[in-house]
Design a protein. Structure first.
Length: 118
């Protein structure tokens, strides 16, 4: 089992920055990624960014340039730095742990709400 706890969400104004954190605990493996998805009411959860244990990063095209994902392996924590936030970035942001080996599994955090006012 893997537990994920997000923090850092809140209410900001357009153009502001925010950093989300997600601490992972439990039995984690190096053949995995930690990442972020987001979801708004009535829409499917969409991929934002992910980072492998070795530091390879992956971004949704629409997030490139404004969002930066990083991780601290010693703390088993992933961060999402979000800059130039816009109202359309308003969503619940979910932390994801995706494991490739020894078996393919996904774990999710409970989410943290980011609200961007215009």
């Amino acid at each position: 089992q893997v537990q994920l706890v997000e923090s850092g969400g809140g209410l900001v104004q357009a153009g502001d920055s925010l950093r989300l954190s997600c601490a992972a605990s439990g039995r984690t493996f190096s053949s995995s990624t930690l990442g972020w998805f987001r979801q708004t009411a009535g829409k499917q959860r969409e991929f934002v960014a992910a980072i492998s244990w070795s530091g390879n990063t992956f971004y949704a095209d629409s997030m490139k340039g404004r969002f930066t994902i990083s991780r601290d392996n010693a703390k088993n924590t992933v961060y999402l730095q979000m800059n130039s936030l816009q109202p359309e970035d308003t969503a619940v942001y979910y932390c994801n742990y995706h494991q490739f080996l020894p078996n393919n599994m996904d774990y999710w955090g409970k989410g943290t709400l980011v609200t961007v006012s215009s």
